[in-house]
Design a protein around this ligand. Structure first.
Ligand SMILES: [Cu+2]
Length: 359
Protein backbone atom coordinates (compact mmCIF):
# COMPACT_ATOMS: atom_id res chain seq x y z
CA UNK A 1 0.00 0.00 0.00
CA UNK A 2 2.87 2.33 0.80
CA UNK A 3 4.00 2.73 -2.80
CA UNK A 4 0.46 3.72 -3.75
CA UNK A 5 0.13 6.38 -1.09
CA UNK A 6 3.47 7.87 -2.13
CA UNK A 7 2.31 7.97 -5.69
CA UNK A 8 -1.03 9.48 -4.73
CA UNK A 9 0.81 12.23 -2.87
CA UNK A 10 2.94 12.94 -5.94
CA UNK A 11 -0.17 12.94 -8.06
CA UNK A 12 -1.94 15.49 -5.95
CA UNK A 13 1.14 17.61 -5.32
CA UNK A 14 2.19 17.59 -8.98
CA UNK A 15 2.72 21.22 -9.85
CA UNK A 16 0.77 22.92 -12.55
CA UNK A 17 2.83 23.78 -15.61
CA UNK A 18 -0.39 23.65 -17.58
CA UNK A 19 -0.29 25.03 -21.04
CA UNK A 20 -2.80 27.75 -21.59
CA UNK A 21 -4.39 25.82 -24.36
CA UNK A 22 -6.42 28.80 -25.58
CA UNK A 23 -3.20 30.70 -26.29
CA UNK A 24 -1.89 27.95 -28.48
CA UNK A 25 -4.88 27.40 -30.66
CA UNK A 26 -5.43 28.85 -34.07
CA UNK A 27 -7.18 27.65 -37.17
CA UNK A 28 -3.83 26.27 -38.33
CA UNK A 29 -3.55 24.31 -35.11
CA UNK A 30 -7.05 23.08 -35.70
CA UNK A 31 -6.13 21.78 -39.12
CA UNK A 32 -3.15 20.01 -37.58
CA UNK A 33 -5.45 18.45 -34.97
CA UNK A 34 -7.75 17.29 -37.69
CA UNK A 35 -4.86 15.33 -39.17
CA UNK A 36 -4.31 13.83 -35.75
CA UNK A 37 -7.95 12.98 -35.62
CA UNK A 38 -8.89 15.29 -32.76
CA UNK A 39 -12.13 17.09 -32.08
CA UNK A 40 -12.35 20.44 -33.83
CA UNK A 41 -16.09 20.77 -33.82
CA UNK A 42 -15.97 23.36 -31.07
CA UNK A 43 -13.24 25.36 -32.74
CA UNK A 44 -10.31 23.83 -30.87
CA UNK A 45 -10.84 25.89 -27.79
CA UNK A 46 -9.54 25.45 -24.27
CA UNK A 47 -8.21 22.10 -23.17
CA UNK A 48 -9.54 20.42 -26.26
CA UNK A 49 -6.18 20.96 -27.92
CA UNK A 50 -4.89 17.84 -26.24
CA UNK A 51 -8.27 16.19 -26.14
CA UNK A 52 -7.53 12.97 -27.87
CA UNK A 53 -4.42 12.05 -25.92
CA UNK A 54 -4.89 13.62 -22.51
CA UNK A 55 -8.37 12.21 -22.08
CA UNK A 56 -7.36 8.66 -22.94
CA UNK A 57 -7.57 5.97 -20.30
CA UNK A 58 -4.46 4.30 -18.89
CA UNK A 59 -2.96 1.84 -21.38
CA UNK A 60 -4.35 -1.21 -19.56
CA UNK A 61 -7.90 -0.22 -20.58
CA UNK A 62 -9.06 -1.61 -23.94
CA UNK A 63 -11.44 0.25 -26.21
CA UNK A 64 -11.36 3.44 -24.17
CA UNK A 65 -11.68 5.85 -27.08
CA UNK A 66 -13.37 6.44 -30.42
CA UNK A 67 -12.00 7.98 -33.59
CA UNK A 68 -13.46 10.51 -35.96
CA UNK A 69 -14.64 9.77 -39.48
CA UNK A 70 -11.74 8.23 -41.43
CA UNK A 71 -9.48 7.93 -38.37
CA UNK A 72 -7.00 5.07 -38.39
CA UNK A 73 -4.82 3.85 -35.54
CA UNK A 74 -2.34 1.02 -34.96
CA UNK A 75 -1.25 -0.13 -31.52
CA UNK A 76 1.11 -2.55 -29.86
CA UNK A 77 0.85 -3.56 -26.22
CA UNK A 78 3.09 -5.74 -24.12
CA UNK A 79 1.60 -7.26 -20.99
CA UNK A 80 3.23 -9.17 -18.20
CA UNK A 81 1.59 -10.90 -15.27
CA UNK A 82 3.36 -12.59 -12.37
CA UNK A 83 1.71 -15.17 -10.11
CA UNK A 84 3.80 -16.43 -7.23
CA UNK A 85 1.58 -17.97 -4.57
CA UNK A 86 -1.45 -20.19 -4.18
CA UNK A 87 -4.62 -18.91 -2.58
CA UNK A 88 -7.69 -20.51 -1.11
CA UNK A 89 -10.39 -17.91 -0.67
CA UNK A 90 -8.60 -14.72 0.33
CA UNK A 91 -5.71 -16.40 2.16
CA UNK A 92 -2.36 -17.52 0.90
CA UNK A 93 -1.65 -21.22 1.31
CA UNK A 94 1.49 -23.35 1.17
CA UNK A 95 2.42 -25.66 -1.70
CA UNK A 96 1.52 -28.66 0.47
CA UNK A 97 -1.95 -27.22 1.12
CA UNK A 98 -2.36 -26.44 -2.59
CA UNK A 99 -1.69 -30.14 -3.24
CA UNK A 100 -4.19 -31.49 -0.72
CA UNK A 101 -6.68 -33.66 -2.61
CA UNK A 102 -4.45 -33.63 -5.68
CA UNK A 103 -1.03 -35.07 -6.58
CA UNK A 104 0.72 -31.96 -7.87
CA UNK A 105 0.51 -28.21 -7.65
CA UNK A 106 1.63 -25.19 -9.64
CA UNK A 107 4.11 -23.11 -7.64
CA UNK A 108 3.99 -19.98 -9.80
CA UNK A 109 3.28 -18.68 -13.28
CA UNK A 110 4.50 -15.94 -15.61
CA UNK A 111 2.39 -14.79 -18.50
CA UNK A 112 3.49 -12.51 -21.31
CA UNK A 113 1.20 -11.19 -24.01
CA UNK A 114 1.94 -9.21 -27.16
CA UNK A 115 -1.14 -7.49 -28.55
CA UNK A 116 -1.49 -5.90 -31.97
CA UNK A 117 -4.51 -3.76 -32.72
CA UNK A 118 -5.92 -1.72 -35.57
CA UNK A 119 -8.75 0.81 -35.25
CA UNK A 120 -10.71 2.41 -38.05
CA UNK A 121 -13.68 4.78 -37.94
CA UNK A 122 -15.99 4.60 -40.96
CA UNK A 123 -18.14 7.38 -39.43
CA UNK A 124 -18.00 9.72 -36.42
CA UNK A 125 -20.50 7.47 -34.62
CA UNK A 126 -18.74 4.15 -35.24
CA UNK A 127 -15.20 2.89 -34.62
CA UNK A 128 -14.10 -0.65 -35.43
CA UNK A 129 -11.22 -2.44 -33.77
CA UNK A 130 -9.43 -5.67 -34.63
CA UNK A 131 -7.12 -7.07 -32.01
CA UNK A 132 -4.90 -10.15 -32.05
CA UNK A 133 -2.41 -11.42 -29.51
CA UNK A 134 0.49 -13.76 -28.97
CA UNK A 135 0.94 -15.47 -25.59
CA UNK A 136 3.93 -16.96 -23.86
CA UNK A 137 3.40 -18.64 -20.47
CA UNK A 138 5.42 -20.76 -18.10
CA UNK A 139 4.28 -22.64 -15.01
CA UNK A 140 6.60 -24.67 -12.76
CA UNK A 141 4.91 -27.55 -10.95
CA UNK A 142 5.92 -29.79 -8.07
CA UNK A 143 4.54 -33.20 -7.01
CA UNK A 144 4.17 -35.02 -3.68
CA UNK A 145 7.70 -36.43 -3.94
CA UNK A 146 9.12 -32.97 -4.45
CA UNK A 147 9.90 -33.59 -8.14
CA UNK A 148 9.67 -30.45 -10.23
CA UNK A 149 8.51 -30.06 -13.80
CA UNK A 150 7.96 -27.07 -16.08
CA UNK A 151 4.97 -26.33 -18.30
CA UNK A 152 5.42 -23.93 -21.18
CA UNK A 153 3.02 -22.80 -23.86
CA UNK A 154 3.17 -20.11 -26.51
CA UNK A 155 1.26 -19.15 -29.63
CA UNK A 156 -1.56 -16.99 -30.98
CA UNK A 157 -4.48 -16.31 -28.67
CA UNK A 158 -8.06 -15.41 -29.57
CA UNK A 159 -8.80 -12.55 -31.96
CA UNK A 160 -11.37 -9.89 -31.14
CA UNK A 161 -13.40 -7.75 -33.51
CA UNK A 162 -15.21 -4.91 -31.76
CA UNK A 163 -17.62 -2.18 -32.83
CA UNK A 164 -17.80 0.97 -30.68
CA UNK A 165 -20.79 3.25 -30.98
CA UNK A 166 -20.73 6.82 -29.69
CA UNK A 167 -23.51 7.71 -27.24
CA UNK A 168 -22.56 11.37 -26.96
CA UNK A 169 -19.55 13.57 -27.45
CA UNK A 170 -19.34 16.92 -25.70
CA UNK A 171 -16.41 19.31 -25.35
CA UNK A 172 -15.27 17.77 -22.07
CA UNK A 173 -16.98 14.41 -21.84
CA UNK A 174 -18.04 11.52 -24.01
CA UNK A 175 -19.42 8.02 -23.73
CA UNK A 176 -19.62 5.00 -25.97
CA UNK A 177 -20.75 1.41 -25.94
CA UNK A 178 -18.83 -1.49 -27.47
CA UNK A 179 -19.72 -4.96 -28.59
CA UNK A 180 -16.85 -7.32 -29.30
CA UNK A 181 -16.82 -10.79 -30.75
CA UNK A 182 -13.91 -12.98 -29.71
CA UNK A 183 -13.01 -15.47 -32.43
CA UNK A 184 -11.50 -18.75 -31.11
CA UNK A 185 -8.15 -18.59 -32.94
CA UNK A 186 -6.15 -19.60 -29.84
CA UNK A 187 -5.28 -23.24 -29.20
CA UNK A 188 -7.03 -25.24 -26.47
CA UNK A 189 -4.88 -28.31 -27.18
CA UNK A 190 -1.59 -27.27 -25.60
CA UNK A 191 -0.15 -30.53 -24.31
CA UNK A 192 2.64 -32.05 -22.27
CA UNK A 193 5.19 -34.46 -23.79
CA UNK A 194 3.01 -37.41 -22.68
CA UNK A 195 0.05 -36.12 -24.71
CA UNK A 196 -2.16 -34.94 -21.82
CA UNK A 197 -3.44 -31.41 -22.01
CA UNK A 198 -1.87 -28.72 -19.87
CA UNK A 199 -3.99 -26.93 -17.27
CA UNK A 200 -6.64 -24.32 -18.12
CA UNK A 201 -4.43 -21.26 -17.40
CA UNK A 202 -1.84 -22.59 -19.89
CA UNK A 203 -4.28 -22.88 -22.81
CA UNK A 204 -4.03 -20.04 -25.35
CA UNK A 205 -7.70 -19.52 -26.17
CA UNK A 206 -11.19 -20.08 -24.81
CA UNK A 207 -12.20 -22.37 -27.65
CA UNK A 208 -15.58 -20.63 -27.78
CA UNK A 209 -16.96 -17.60 -29.54
CA UNK A 210 -17.29 -14.99 -26.81
CA UNK A 211 -19.25 -11.74 -26.61
CA UNK A 212 -17.49 -8.76 -25.07
CA UNK A 213 -19.88 -5.89 -24.31
CA UNK A 214 -18.61 -2.69 -22.70
CA UNK A 215 -19.64 0.84 -21.81
CA UNK A 216 -17.11 3.62 -21.30
CA UNK A 217 -17.37 7.16 -20.06
CA UNK A 218 -14.59 9.74 -20.33
CA UNK A 219 -14.35 13.24 -18.90
CA UNK A 220 -11.69 15.88 -18.51
CA UNK A 221 -10.90 19.38 -17.37
CA UNK A 222 -7.68 21.24 -18.13
CA UNK A 223 -5.54 19.37 -15.61
CA UNK A 224 -7.51 16.24 -14.83
CA UNK A 225 -9.01 13.50 -16.88
CA UNK A 226 -11.09 10.65 -15.53
CA UNK A 227 -13.37 7.91 -16.65
CA UNK A 228 -14.89 4.54 -16.07
CA UNK A 229 -15.66 1.38 -17.94
CA UNK A 230 -17.85 -1.66 -17.33
CA UNK A 231 -17.09 -4.71 -19.41
CA UNK A 232 -17.96 -8.38 -19.57
CA UNK A 233 -16.97 -11.56 -21.35
CA UNK A 234 -19.84 -13.93 -22.13
CA UNK A 235 -18.96 -17.38 -23.46
CA UNK A 236 -21.26 -18.69 -26.17
CA UNK A 237 -21.68 -22.45 -25.91
CA UNK A 238 -19.08 -25.10 -25.25
CA UNK A 239 -15.72 -25.68 -26.95
CA UNK A 240 -14.54 -28.79 -28.83
CA UNK A 241 -12.90 -30.16 -25.69
CA UNK A 242 -16.18 -30.17 -23.77
CA UNK A 243 -16.02 -27.12 -21.53
CA UNK A 244 -16.58 -23.38 -21.47
CA UNK A 245 -14.51 -20.91 -19.48
CA UNK A 246 -16.33 -18.86 -16.87
CA UNK A 247 -17.99 -15.57 -17.77
CA UNK A 248 -16.25 -12.47 -16.48
CA UNK A 249 -17.41 -9.02 -15.40
CA UNK A 250 -15.21 -6.08 -14.58
CA UNK A 251 -15.48 -2.44 -13.65
CA UNK A 252 -12.67 0.08 -13.67
CA UNK A 253 -12.34 3.76 -12.85
CA UNK A 254 -9.37 6.10 -13.15
CA UNK A 255 -8.12 9.63 -12.67
CA UNK A 256 -5.23 11.15 -14.52
CA UNK A 257 -3.31 14.32 -13.70
CA UNK A 258 -1.58 16.34 -16.40
CA UNK A 259 2.11 17.04 -15.75
CA UNK A 260 2.69 19.20 -18.83
CA UNK A 261 1.58 19.53 -22.46
CA UNK A 262 2.66 16.00 -23.32
CA UNK A 263 2.49 13.82 -20.22
CA UNK A 264 0.18 12.70 -17.44
CA UNK A 265 0.19 10.24 -14.55
CA UNK A 266 -2.76 8.07 -13.60
CA UNK A 267 -4.24 6.05 -10.77
CA UNK A 268 -6.74 3.30 -11.53
CA UNK A 269 -8.90 0.85 -9.60
CA UNK A 270 -10.05 -2.39 -11.23
CA UNK A 271 -12.64 -4.81 -9.86
CA UNK A 272 -13.16 -8.12 -11.63
CA UNK A 273 -15.06 -11.32 -10.98
CA UNK A 274 -15.06 -14.50 -13.04
CA UNK A 275 -16.72 -17.90 -12.73
CA UNK A 276 -15.50 -21.45 -12.65
CA UNK A 277 -15.39 -23.62 -15.74
CA UNK A 278 -18.45 -25.48 -16.98
CA UNK A 279 -17.69 -29.03 -18.10
CA UNK A 280 -14.20 -30.50 -18.23
CA UNK A 281 -11.44 -31.55 -20.65
CA UNK A 282 -11.12 -35.36 -20.77
CA UNK A 283 -7.52 -35.04 -21.99
CA UNK A 284 -6.43 -33.30 -18.80
CA UNK A 285 -4.75 -35.69 -16.35
CA UNK A 286 -6.63 -37.37 -13.49
CA UNK A 287 -5.36 -39.28 -10.47
CA UNK A 288 -4.98 -42.89 -11.73
CA UNK A 289 -5.64 -44.89 -8.55
CA UNK A 290 -6.28 -44.83 -4.82
CA UNK A 291 -9.08 -43.14 -2.90
CA UNK A 292 -8.87 -40.02 -5.10
CA UNK A 293 -8.92 -41.94 -8.39
CA UNK A 294 -10.57 -39.99 -11.18
CA UNK A 295 -10.09 -36.61 -9.50
CA UNK A 296 -8.09 -33.92 -11.33
CA UNK A 297 -4.32 -34.42 -10.93
CA UNK A 298 -3.79 -30.81 -9.83
CA UNK A 299 -5.85 -27.69 -9.22
CA UNK A 300 -4.80 -26.20 -12.59
CA UNK A 301 -6.79 -28.94 -14.37
CA UNK A 302 -9.73 -28.74 -11.92
CA UNK A 303 -12.69 -26.85 -13.49
CA UNK A 304 -13.91 -25.94 -9.99
CA UNK A 305 -10.67 -24.16 -9.00
CA UNK A 306 -10.65 -21.41 -11.63
CA UNK A 307 -13.14 -18.75 -10.51
CA UNK A 308 -12.50 -15.76 -8.31
CA UNK A 309 -12.59 -12.03 -7.86
CA UNK A 310 -9.96 -9.37 -7.50
CA UNK A 311 -9.52 -5.70 -6.72
CA UNK A 312 -6.40 -4.13 -8.27
CA UNK A 313 -4.75 -0.75 -7.99
CA UNK A 314 -2.56 0.44 -10.87
CA UNK A 315 -0.33 3.45 -11.55
CA UNK A 316 0.29 4.74 -15.05
CA UNK A 317 2.35 7.16 -17.09
CA UNK A 318 1.05 8.53 -20.37
CA UNK A 319 3.31 10.35 -22.87
CA UNK A 320 2.09 11.71 -26.20
CA UNK A 321 3.11 13.79 -29.17
CA UNK A 322 0.06 15.34 -30.79
CA UNK A 323 1.79 16.55 -33.96
CA UNK A 324 2.88 13.07 -35.00
CA UNK A 325 -0.12 11.29 -33.48
CA UNK A 326 1.96 9.02 -31.26
CA UNK A 327 1.45 7.92 -27.69
CA UNK A 328 3.55 5.78 -25.37
CA UNK A 329 2.11 4.65 -22.06
CA UNK A 330 2.89 2.26 -19.27
CA UNK A 331 0.82 1.02 -16.37
CA UNK A 332 1.69 -1.36 -13.53
CA UNK A 333 -0.39 -2.62 -10.66
CA UNK A 334 -1.05 -5.23 -8.03
CA UNK A 335 -4.08 -6.69 -6.29
CA UNK A 336 -5.14 -5.06 -3.04
CA UNK A 337 -7.57 -7.92 -2.48
CA UNK A 338 -8.21 -11.26 -4.14
CA UNK A 339 -10.53 -14.12 -3.32
CA UNK A 340 -10.07 -17.26 -5.38
CA UNK A 341 -11.85 -20.59 -5.67
CA UNK A 342 -8.77 -22.44 -4.59
CA UNK A 343 -6.35 -23.78 -4.60
CA UNK A 344 -5.45 -21.30 -7.33
CA UNK A 345 -2.44 -19.15 -8.14
CA UNK A 346 -3.01 -15.54 -7.15
CA UNK A 347 -1.75 -12.52 -9.04
CA UNK A 348 1.31 -10.82 -7.55
CA UNK A 349 1.68 -7.90 -9.97
CA UNK A 350 1.10 -6.99 -13.62
CA UNK A 351 2.12 -4.36 -16.13
CA UNK A 352 1.15 -3.14 -19.58
CA UNK A 353 3.27 -0.98 -21.87
CA UNK A 354 1.98 0.22 -25.20
CA UNK A 355 2.59 2.33 -28.23
CA UNK A 356 -0.15 3.86 -30.40
CA UNK A 357 0.07 5.65 -33.70
CA UNK A 358 -2.83 7.55 -35.29
CA UNK A 359 -3.19 8.86 -38.79
CU1 LIG B 1 -7.64 4.29 -31.39
Amino acid sequence: MKRFSIFAAVLVAAHTPVIKASEKTSSAACVARKINNCVCATGCQSALTEHDYFSRAPIGVMGDHMHHDGGLMASYRYMFMSMQRNYNGDSQITDAAARAGYMMNATDMDMQMHMLGVMYAPTDKLTLMLMGNYLDSSMPMVNMMGAKSMMRSSGYGDTTLTAYYSLFRKSNSSAHVGLGLSIPTGSIDEEMPNGSHMGFPMQLGSGTWDLKPSITWLGHSEDWSYGGQFSAVIRLGENDNGYSLGDRVSATGWISRRLNAWSAVSLRLIAASWSNIDGSDSKMPVIPMGPLAGRPMSAVVDPDAQGGSRLDLALGLNLWHSESGTRFAIEAGAPVYQKLDGPQLGTEWFMTAGFQYSW
